[in-house]
Design a protein around this ligand. Sequence first.
Ligand code: F6P
Length: 501
Amino acid sequence: MKDAWKPLEEAEVQPLSTLFESEPDRLARLSVEEAGIRFDFSKTHLSETLLAGFETLAETRDLAGAREALFSGKTVNVTEGRAAEHTAERGQGAPESVARAQGFHARMRALIDAIEAEAFGPIRSILHIGIGGSALGPDFLIDALGRDEQRYETAVVSNVDGAALEAALGRFDPQTTLLVIASKTFTTSETMLNAQSALLWMQESGVDDPYGRIVALTANPDKAVEFGVDETRILPFAETVGGRYSLWSSIGFPIALALGWEAFEELLEGAAAMDRHFRLAPLAENAPILAAFVDRYYANLRAAETRAVFAYDERLRLLPAYLQQLEMESNGKNVTSDGKPVSRATSPIVWGGVGTDAQHAVFQLLHQGTHLVPVEFVAAIEPEHGLAFDHHRQLLINCFAQAAALMAGREADDPARSYPGDRPSTTILLDRVDARTLGALIAFYEHRTFANAVLLGINPFDQFGVELGKEIAKAIDGGGDLDFDPSTKALIARAFGEEQA
Ligand code: F6P
């Protein structure tokens, strides 16, 4: 097979300013408008030549075939021998998987109706316990969309650090709190311990039938039954929905409860619109695929080790954390799907923050540092607050100015005051922050992650890299005469006493 990377490696690197001059249709060609979002890739080095080269790479790697395999429920998660059916939750997938997802959604809705009808007594707050993919999506969306419409007080607790749970418990009345335990496996140690502590809190507070106040969201209902949850309050989802792709399934229960069923449906519809775009748009007009080309260009041809994402919107402040799991747990791999060592860098380190705060903290390095960092700006045109002054206009002005400055740079006689410029960025501009648009935005990131994996030949749907640490923690917890390295032993002895080491 011809090495499709070769022409890419040999392509001439042109500065962004030259590209804008030599490619007059560049802005139009590298801008995609879809589902209320404008994606502008024009301030990246994706030249016509590079684009053509990446299209060839995508064809060589059969990206179109892989995409169809994803949507039709084929075994795309080869190392675990299963499909990845998050799109079926949005109605885009194999008919039997869509029907199953709709059945689970109907169950979820019925339970929400019962809660609203006070079948479990008056519920005022939702304590959602989960971690990773069982927490980040609900946390992000409720924080983004529930600022003034939230019908229940909500807390998402993930960390095993008791300080996190204690803070949440301190806010809530145990008599009116619904305890939601979210875990695909229902075995994750942090979640199980937090759930036990929350249950104890209810028991000690004299709640009548505390088990009756638990809702379990899981792909392993037997384990939830074992924990003591009644089957009528177990909301299952399919094993084929991966943890970090699961907010569309019953893991989204707190989103639907806190924001209302209509908002949850809009979220799914927004994601479905992006699914259709990803599935049908030609490669060169396809937002997730263009983004993956840009990602591969900087990671593999310019050796950029990171990508920075800045949300120019307080409502999106948890987006970088959400993306860190989605992208790094999916594509932080060192072997291909068939177990061979990869020959190229895989996921960049994704990091970021909120604009404008980050401008006064980390942007110095972006403008004048020695690292090449492709930057992603995410902003929304409509503000949420009702303040009299033009905060939102200032926010957007800053966002656009930073991207322009990174690209333009400025020479000065004093080297310390010079900006090299030619620093790439992508701007993702949402019409507004609502459920539909965020559904589309998250689906865009999911498909971009998948497209990157296909271009690299890796499996984005497993995460074996998290297992070893869990096993060692279990071994340390079990004590015994296990022989750890001297440093670990010394730390154990210092923290728990000599007899534990
Ligand atoms: O440890 C990693 C991980 O398995 C993630 O992939 C997952 O989202 C998280 O833990 C939580 O897992 P679970 O939903 O099974 O509790």
